[in-house]
Design a protein around this ligand. Structure first.
Ligand code: AQP
Length: 349
């Protein structure tokens, strides 16, 4: 099997409250990349259980949220016929490669991961081992398919750098064997992150210094993909802002995180750059800009919302997509693991 040159992999956790940040930072890019790449999109349920059960909600919630993320993929325009959509736990090779990467990655590398520090908080001793090892599983997700590109939000940049470090160390540690088996100089690619556009880090609507997040206690902090038009409009109306009108230049957004966030959201939804949005609303008060943003958000999100609802009424359709995607993902994953086992020297490979 030769190394693919344009394969995309990315995933979203089924931890509930899928929001505008997930959509603009990730899912919308997944859709766009389908035209130019061979894409594999995954609902990463093995990642979801790294958090305490109270966070991911237990068995019934996990199943519901897995279907909800899948429905969001499909409703946003991901084509499961031309590309692969599946949930991670159906392809056991993710866990197998993660174990191997646990033995490649160094403790010092993982100790530097800021997501673990943020999520474990002050109670590190009580965090799961899985939460600490989360980035090695993420590296396995990507490299199992030898993906060349990974569209993600800004918050995942550090994990992608770690993925490259793991790939590089594996390639170096087994260089001779990799060449001997005919794989050339490197078995795993150094995957490129795709982090671009005006909404790589969508911030909370209540606090422009905090990322919009599924786990924020305030529902007003985020726009959920399941929110009705009225809820979207209400949340934008209540979004925190400052008393000044909008500036005349992008540079004028400096020191105004809430204004900067809303302009970035508008730009991403309208497919414009921030300069074009500022040019349109220069000098206008938020009482003019917010209703325009609400109309735009409703226009873009309402069709996705309606299609998600339709899909969730018939879980059989969503489950069939996941089963078919898992079968196709498994075919690639099995071959990678057969080669990885050979490279390492496990007997029977
Ligand atoms: N605020 C965001 N802006 C832009 N992109 C974002 N992403 C997440 N939040 C933002 C991107 O969405 C993709 C899927 O994320 P995930 O499901 O892996 O979960 P997460 O990053 O844990 O999501 P949250 O909302 O941040 O959950 P919390 O904070 O509650 O754990 C990723 O590509 C991510 O970059």
């Amino acid at each position: 099997m030769s190394q693919p040159t344009n394969r995309v992999f990315s995933g979203v956790q089924p931890t509930g409250n899928l929001h505008l940040g997930n959509y603009l930072g990730a899912i919308r890019k997944f859709v766009a990349l389908q035209a130019s790449h061979e894409c594999i999109y995954c609902v990463v349920d093995l990642h979801a259980i790294t958090q305490p059960t109270a966070v991911w909600g237990g068995p019934a919630e996990l199943a519901r949220n897995t279907r909800e993320v899948t429905a969001a993929f499909l409703a946003s325009g991901i084509d499961p016929g031309r590309h692969i959509v599946f949930n991670q736990s159906q392809v056991i090779e993710h866990a197998e490669l993660a174990w191997i990467f646990n033995c490649v990655a160094r403790m010092g590398w993982l100790n530097r991961m800021t997501q673990f520090k943020e999520k474990a908080g002050k109670d590190r001793e009580n965090a799961s081992v899985g939460l600490f090892a989360y980035p090695t599983l993420m590296a396995a997700d990507i490299l199992l398919y030898r993906a060349t590109h990974v569209p993600v939000g800004e918050d995942q940049k550090q994990h992608l750098e770690l993925t490259r470090d793991i790939a590089q160390k594996f390639n170096n540690d087994f260089a001779e064997r990799i060449a001997e088996l005919g794989h050339g100089e490197a078995y795993f690619p150094l995957t490129e992150p795709v982090i671009e556009g005006p909404a790589t880090r969508v911030m909370s609507l209540r606090d422009g210094s905090k990322k919009m997040s599924k786990s924020d206690a305030s529902d007003l902090s985020r726009i959920n993909l399941t929110d009705s038009a009225d809820e979207i409009a209400r949340k934008i109306r209540k979004a925190k802002t400052d008393p000044e009108p909008l500036p005349g230049t992008v540079a004028g957004l400096a020191g105004r995180p809430e204004a900067e966030n809303l302009i970035g959201i508008y730009a991403a939804l309208a497919d414009l750059d921030r300069e074009a949005v500022i040019a349109r609303y220069a000098g206008q008060p938020f009482s003019v800009f917010k209703p325009a943003l609400a109309d735009l958000a409703v226009e873009k999100l309402a069709p996705i919302n309606a299609e998600m609802r339709r899909l969730l009424e018939d879980p059989a359709e969503v489950d069939a997509v996941l089963a078919d995607g898992a079968e196709r993902a498994r075919a690639i994953a099995r071959e990678t693991m057969r080669q990885v086992r050979q490279i390492i020297g496990f007997l029977g490979a």
